[in-house]
Design a protein around this ligand. Structure first.
Ligand code: C2E
Ligand code: MG
Ligand code: MG
Length: 244
């Protein structure tokens, strides 16, 4: 019982209505206290422990989403998957059955994967992403622009969403070159028919610039921190216009 999930809402840029949420894992270790997923996921990912952690996340996130659906909330839920998860044979089948078991449909969910060398269409991960996308699961590229950015896979894989990394958003108000990069990525993504999300917006200036550049959605502490499931449901109920 040391794990739990929190949920950070994603807002439609033009009217700041909450339209989606990202499930984020939290670990309260009895001796170490709160351990950040940025620390423990990369370690788990090198071992078979990751498989159990992901199974736990899917079970809990899908149960929560099914409960929100029963309560009439219509947001999309985003789940982070590691390279190891997508490289495991049978993963796409297991993911889809876990969803259907809860009475959910594939279009209720988006998966977030980070770009990397492993992301090629002609590989097992590429095939599983195609299988998930064919079933209706949305695929997002997380942390885009933070490291290995290869435009090759952008047109080879079934991508729906590009999440612009916080490192590009941080410098937006002050750095002309960051502004050019963000505008260029948004324009490229839209040209390819993809949805864009600006990640890690912490100030009203960053939010305003992302809106001005036509970014579709914004996620960041400026709009909301990650919340408990109950707090997120309450926030959505207070913003009923978002449910359209
Ligand atoms: P991520 O998927 O890019 O998630 C966004 C991270 O940025 C989250 O950190 C979130 O709390 C943080 N964040 C959002 N807005 C802001 C902001 O305005 N300012 C700042 N400073 N931070 C912001 P978190 O929850 O610590 O997660 C870190 C990373 O751990 C995630 O990055 C993701 O790669 C990974 N992770 C989290 N949960 C899971 C999971 O269930 N499975 C897998 N495989 N990875 C996970
Ligand atoms: Mg993510
Ligand atoms: Mg990210």
């Amino acid at each position: 019982d040391q794990f739990h999930l929190v949920y950070q809402p994603r807002f439609r840029a033009h009217d700041l209505a909450p339209v989606a949420a990202e499930a984020l894992l939290r670990w309260n270790h009895p001796q170490l206290g709160a351990v950040s997923p940025a620390e423990f996921i990369p370690v788990f990912e090198r071992t078979t422990l990751m498989d159990g952690v992901t199974a736990w996340v899917l079970e809990h996130a899908f149960s929560q989403l099914a409960q929100w659906r029963r309560e009439g909330l219509s947001l999309t839920l985003s789940i982070n998957l590691s390279a190891r998860d997508v490289s495991r044979k049978g993963m796409a089948d297991a993911f889809i059955s876990a969803l259907l078991c809860k009475g959910l449909s594939c279009s209720d969910v988006e998966i977030e994967i980070t770009e990397g060398e492993w992301l090629r269409a002609d590989s097992l991960p590429g095939e599983q992403l195609q299988q998930l996308a064919a079933a209706g699961v949305r695929v997002a590229i997380d942390d885009f622009g933070s490291g290995y950015s290869n435009f090759g896979y952008l047109t080879e894989l079934p991508i729906h969403t590009i999440k612009l990394d916080k490192s590009m958003i941080d410098d937006l108000p002050t750095d002309r070159r960051a502004q050019l990069k963000v505008q260029a990525v948004i324009s490229l993504a839209h040209g390819l028919g993809y949805n864009t999300v600006g990640e890690g917006a912490e100030t009203p200036e960053q939010v305003a610039l992302l809106q001005a550049y036509g970014c579709d959605e914004i996620q960041g502490f400026a709009l909301s921190r990650p919340l408990s499931a109950a707090d997120l449901a309450q926030q959505l109920e207070e913003a009923p216009y978002a449910q359209t």
